[in-house]
Design a protein around this ligand. Structure first.
Ligand code: PAP
Length: 331
């Protein structure tokens, strides 16, 4: 399932001059990100590589009633959510022996990344897969996503301390020539200067949207899926419009999806140990960089109590009134 599966009817690219002008007028900073500057756009720090696509999608992306958009802040469980969603919607086509998830990273199985795919393709969709993905904040999504009945959003988030530690490792990948020290990285993340930051605002927007429009936005926590994967896979399937029939449940199909998509299974596949994933021409990743530990609470191995308390204080301050919390506190 390579990118040539995408519909590429209209190959000519969008006019980008005006967009480039908009971008050149935005505040710019070095943040906790790969070797690119971040630009502050409509309240969020977006990587320069993604921003053209974010703006073009706002202007031109037309959501379809069948679209299911998988959204996350990077390092919150994107790879896992893509695997689970793909396994659920394709379960009548593939099983745990012939699934493309066994030979391709889930980013290839769900190839439509709105802000990257959309730069080149006006109609970028996999013909037989309703799944698309994005890291864009809720308020920066194309308006048609909200306005189109039937189009749904699944958002996954993760405890900020674990998201941070995962992001810190990712940006300090072996190729990095200018690695971030932990203290510096904490400072940037807590100031909101990270991929799609402020992290807390990104999460809060989707949380509020899920409360206002529960039929449109499903809000999932990484930790909840870890602790009860069967329950959450059933919930995800039902929300997406692919509920498991009782007969499927009794045949153990939910459990099979859980096992196929587990960290233990995916991280030990050859493709995910040695393969590479090309997001765009100049942007390629080692697949193994998406599978580090897959654990809850790894932050305890890195953050000082003071650092952890700082994260918790921001969570308290930003989220208290909304009722959102993670039960993984520093105390
Ligand atoms: P992305 O947004 O760049 O695609 P994303 O998948 O959200 O990254 O985050 C990677 C994290 O998810 C890694 O966490 P860690 O650094 O704390 O280990 C990775 O290990 C974890 N991960 C990847 N696949 C799975 C999975 N199948 N189950 C649980 N965790 C997973």
């Amino acid at each position: 399932m390579e990118h040539d599966h995408l519909e590429r009817e209209e190959k000519e690219s969008f006019p980008k001059k005006e967009v480039q002008e908009t971008i050149s007028s935005l505040p710019r900073a070095r943040g906790l990100a790969l070797s690119e500057d971040l630009c502050q756009y409509q309240g969020f720090w977006v990587g320069l590589n993604a921003l053209v696509g974010v703006i073009l999608a706002q202007q031109h992306f037309q959501a379809q009633p069948t679209d299911i958009i998988l959204s996350s802040i990077p390092k919150s469980g994107t790879t896992w959510l893509k695997a689970l969603s793909f396994a659920i919607v394709t379960r009548n086509r593939y099983d745990d022996v012939n699934s493309p998830l066994l030979t391709e990273i889930s980013h290839e199985c769900v190839p439509v990344f709105i802000e990257f795919s959309f730069i080149q393709n006006k109609s970028c969709r996999s013909p037989d897969l309703p799944l698309l993905c994005t890291h864009t904040s809720f308020s920066c999504l194309p308006k048609s996503v909200i306005a189109t009945p039937g189009c749904k959003i699944v958002y996954i988030c993760r405890d900020p301390k674990d998201t941070f530690i995962s992001m810190w490792h990712f940006v300090n990948s072996p190729k990095s020539t200018d690695p971030f020290l932990l203290e510096e990285a904490v400072e940037l993340f807590c100031q909101g200067l990270s991929f799609q930051g402020p992290y807390w605002d990104h999460v809060l927007e989707y949380w509020n949207a899920s409360l206002e429009m529960p039929e449109k936005v499903l809000f999932l926590k990484y930790e909840d899926i870890k602790s009860n994967p069967v329950f959450h896979v059933k919930r995800l399937a039902e929300f997406m419009g692919y509920p498991f029939a009782l007969e499927e449940e009794s045949k153990g199909m939910v459990q099979k999806v859980v096992e196929l998509c587990s960290f233990e299974k995916l991280s030990t596949l050859e493709v995910n140990k040695t393969g590479k994933y090309k997001l765009r021409d100049e942007l390629e990743f080692e697949n193994r960089s998406f599978f580090r530990k897959g654990a809850v609470g790894d932050w305890k191995n890195y953050l000082t109590p003071e650092m952890a308390a700082r994260f918790d204080q921001i969570s308290e301050q930003k989220w208290k009134a909304s009722g959102l919390s993670f039960n993984v506190t520093s105390s």
